[in-house]
Design a protein around this ligand. Sequence first.
Ligand SMILES: CC(=O)N[C@H]1[C@@H](OP(=O)(O)OP(=O)(O)OC[C@H]2O[C@@H](n3ccc(=O)[nH]c3=O)[C@H](O)[C@@H]2O)O[C@H](CO)[C@@H](O)[C@@H]1O[C@H](C)C(=O)N[C@@H](C)C(=O)N[C@H](CCC(=O)O)C(=O)O
Ligand SMILES: Nc1ncnc2c1ncn2[C@@H]1O[C@H](COP(=O)(O)OP(=O)(O)OP(=O)(O)O)[C@@H](O)[C@H]1O
Length: 490
Amino acid sequence: MLLKDILKNMDYEVIQGDINQEISALTYDSREKKVDSLFVCIKGFTLDGHDKAQEAVGNGARAILVEREIPISDDITVIKVADTRNGMAKAAVNFYNKPADSLNVIGITGTNGKTSITHFLKVILDQADKKTGIIGTLGTLMNEKIIPTNNTTPEAIDLQRFLSDMKDSEHDYCLMEVSSHSLQLKRSAYTSFSTGIFTNLSPDHLELHKTMDDYFEAKAELFTMTNKFNIVNVDDFYGQKLVQQLNNPEVKTLSYGIHEKADFYATDINYSFDQTTFTVHTPNESAQITIHLPGEIYVSNSLAAIAAAYCNGINMEAIQNGLNTVKNISGRLETVYKQGDFRVVVDFAHTEDALQKALTVLRPFVSGRLILVFGVYADMSENGRDKRYGMGRVAAEYADFSIVTLDNPKKHDIKTIMKETTDALERNKGSYIAIEDRAEAIRCAIEMSHSDDCILLAGKGHETTQIIGDREIHFSEKEIVQEAMQTKTF
Ligand SMILES: CC(=O)N[C@H]1[C@@H](OP(=O)(O)OP(=O)(O)OC[C@H]2O[C@@H](n3ccc(=O)[nH]c3=O)[C@H](O)[C@@H]2O)O[C@H](CO)[C@@H](O)[C@@H]1O[C@H](C)C(=O)N[C@@H](C)C(=O)N[C@H](CCC(=O)O)C(=O)O
Ligand SMILES: Nc1ncnc2c1ncn2[C@@H]1O[C@H](COP(=O)(O)OP(=O)(O)OP(=O)(O)O)[C@@H](O)[C@H]1O
């Protein structure tokens, strides 16, 4: 594509070179070898891509998109824009010919529940014979194959390429987890969504957004990019706030909830560990639903999926049958070991709200003790400290016994993380011990457990690595549990 077409509808200044030249690839990483490419210089959290432009040229870049002028040889075309993240999103949408316009893209945002909702929607759409891809925390699912990705929502160039590949391989739908990072950092800018879903908002990622209001505004951005439906959880305080501020008459707002009056709601809910049944009420009909995940959070998440499917014309039979097929979602209240009443459950709860909900869901099904193994992933800021305090408080209040350990501490100070979390348990009179080594903590929980206890391993969910300092080491909770259970006797 000609560079001038890639720059269509963008405010830019040509610093040097010719925009009537063919560009065959886009990149934001100077280390990628891409012949005749446009390299976008992004000022990141660690380094500034402007300083890597020369390397990009060495690897095939013929044009460069910058925010500030940089020394570079005359044969390279240099284009300046006010914001290269915004420019990159626009360029990617142009380069891949607005792929989202040819797909039905459903965007899901909120602190918790996004991954589960994509799974629920996928099986419903499968039942309705709609070819569906997913872009989210577990990677990109396309043509039923998973492509691993670094981020929940990929950078704009990767995102538009995935959407384009889905369009070319004749997908009907793309279900996309839209993280607040992606909205703030413009990864998903200029993408058209048919439907937006808002799940809930609770403190998380405050290292980027600083305040809950900033975090909310970042999430709210998705609902200005939709063209058919906005579907909002009105059980959530911020969901109610969002409904009040949505005012585009062309996009229909529909609510879902269990406790508040909503367009899609559930009654007659019956919970057991392996199955939940309820009656869903839509604006036009009611139906019996069975899901195989425990607790109110999954009733809420399935209501979101039901609402999105229903609005998009999927019949109730496909919804019922689809939801009934989900037996588990990797790392979401997943039982990884069961013997009589004894269970070990792995869950991705890594926020205060999710941890409280996970413990509350499990409690009614546990006749012995609810033993929690958890760590807190957060930086050293005041917000990070609040998160450690919040999760420590929840552990003290909702678990019978906690083992405080690590959860991807990265480069942060391990002693401080452990101390602040255990201080919170101390202040809230929780019973606990602290074991830095997470594998050891899991083994200890298993060793101390009785035959009627339930162990919740919270925080890592589907992840298979632990990041300590610069090192990312293999870490599978399922494997550790299986091994430890081989020598366990009750
Ligand atoms: C904090 C954050 O958002 N980091 C993201 C960011 O990294 P960074 O800013 O440190 O990048 P950097 O190293 O400073 O590099 C800046 C630029 O220079 C380029 N570069 C870098 C090195 C080089 O040699 N040459 C070069 O050209 C990079 O490609 C980049 O364009 O840009 C990287 C490249 O796109 C991302 O992979 C990385 O996500 C990391 C993995 C991350 O942890 N992100 C999290 C916070 C995140 O985004 N999470 C949300 C989901 C959250 C949730 O829902 O729970 C997500 O959507 O994934
Ligand atoms: N509706 C909900 N409300 C509160 N907590 C929830 C809800 N749904 C799931 N959770 C909790 O949040 C955890 C993460 O769930 P899920 O992966 O579906 O969310 P997510 O939004 O995709 O999270 P992330 O962006 O961090 O991947 C679950 O393991 C569970 O503990």
